[in-house]
Design a binder for this molecule. Structure first.
Ligand SMILES: Cc1cc2nc3c(=O)[nH]c(=O)nc-3n(C[C@H](O)[C@H](O)[C@H](O)COP(=O)(O)O)c2cc1C
Length: 338
């Protein structure tokens, strides 16, 4: 084992400050520009969007580019998906060698048909032998810790109670659990107390995930699960301020009380995000950014700013094609505030 020779950065899940507060991996969303924005507003840890192990070992240029990151994003975990232990191990080795993330995460929770029909993502919960072989092969191939992100089960929300043993015995260092089954998809409510039952069955650190969209939800999710930290996905979209709020909610003696963003700050953050997109993807990056933009101006804000036509604003945001287009929309918005 070459642990002492490893010169890259590496996360230690046992000593990382508690409670752990991390941005959840989201395909097409948690890319370099968004992670940089979240980092700038105080996110302590990033899980990058999943990349395909098969595409990585084929050295697909687009996929490799997805795994590239900016040093300022650290600490950063790269997630990969796949079903073949040797392919997953080789993909992890390539990613470690080329990019040196602080850890590598395995997607064992994605319910999307394209993945589960190929024994990827959530279907690995039904294939414990394969899941275990993947973790072991990856562990042997890289120096950085391997973590797993999964759900409560396929159809039963008790599958996780056994599955955490499989994950721990195979040598993973952390488990993130979305409190729903594969069958549930995104329906119903995340069951944080079931995550607590799973936590009692393992000595590994656990991150609770699902529906954490406010300070009170974060406190309740940690309370019910007894987890070591939280993983926040949709609640961070268009809302990088969430991290300062959650840090304060969970550790008020360490972090200052956050000041809610003004509308001008929302405009500035959306613009900053756009500039980073253009720097990363060129002007065509604006089309990809359309997915993010409406989140900065959610309809809940209408109660505070009744003179802004949010429906029309969102319509304009999802139609921008250039940075100039966006700047025009944002300048008009700024004008309405004065
Ligand atoms: C647009 C989108 C993309 C996602 N992509 C991934 C992914 O690449 N890997 C993964 O493990 N989970 C993925 N997820 C699941 C999230 O990481 C998270 O488990 C889920 O959204 C529940 O957390 P939340 O309620 O905080 O959003 C994705 C979710 C969304 C909404």
């Amino acid at each position: 084992m070459g642990f002492l020779l490893y010169t890259g950065s590496m996360i230690n899940w046992t000593t990382f400050p508690r409670p752990i507060i991390a941005l959840a991996p989201m395909a097409d969303m948690t890319d370099l520009p968004f992670c940089l924005i979240c980092k700038e507003y105080g996110a302590p840890l990033m899980f990058r969007e999943m990349v395909s192990s098969e595409a990585i070992i084929r050295t697909n240029a687009k996929t490799l580019e997805m795994a590239r990151f900016d040093e300022r994003e650290r600490p950063l975990i790269q997630q990969i998906f796949g079903s073949d232990p040797a392919t997953m191990a080789e993909a992890a080795r390539i990613i470690e060698e080329k990019f040196h993330p602080d850890g590598i995460d395995i997607n064992m929770g994605c319910p999307v048909y394209n993945l589960v029909s190929n024994f990827n993502g959530a279907s690995l919960m039904r294939e414990p032998t394969r899941a275990s072989a993947i973790i072991k092969a990856m562990r042997a191939a890289v120096q950085v810790p391997i973590s797993v992100k999964t759900r409560l089960g396929w159809t039963k929300d008790t599958d996780i109670l056994e599955f955490v043993h499989v994950i721990e015995d195979a040598g993973a260092s952390l488990i993130s659990i979305h409190g729903r089954t594969k069958e549930q998809g995104y329906s119903g409510k995340a069951n944080w107390s079931r995550i607590g039952d799973a936590k009692k069955n393992t000595s590994l650190p656990v991150l609770v995930n699902g529906d954490i969209d406010s300070q009170s939800a974060a406190r309740e999710a940690l309370h019910q699960s007894g987890a070591d930290g939280i993983l926040i996905g949709r609640g961070a979209l268009g809302n990088p301020w969430a991290f300062a709020e959650l840090k304060y909610a969970l550790a008020p003696t360490i972090y200052p009380a956050p000041i809610p963003p003004t509308f001008q700050e929302r405009i500035q953050a959306a613009h900053k995000h756009a500039v980073l997109h253009v720097a990363r993807y060129g002007e065509k990056g604006l089309v990809k950014l359309r997915k993010h933009l409406p989140y900065y101006f959610k309809k809940e804000l209408a109660a505070t700013y009744p003179y802004i036509d949010f429906k029309n604003l969102r319509h304009m945001l999802v139609n921008v094609t250039t940075l100039e287009d966006l700047e025009t929309v944002l300048a008009t918005l700024n004008h309405q505030l004065q």
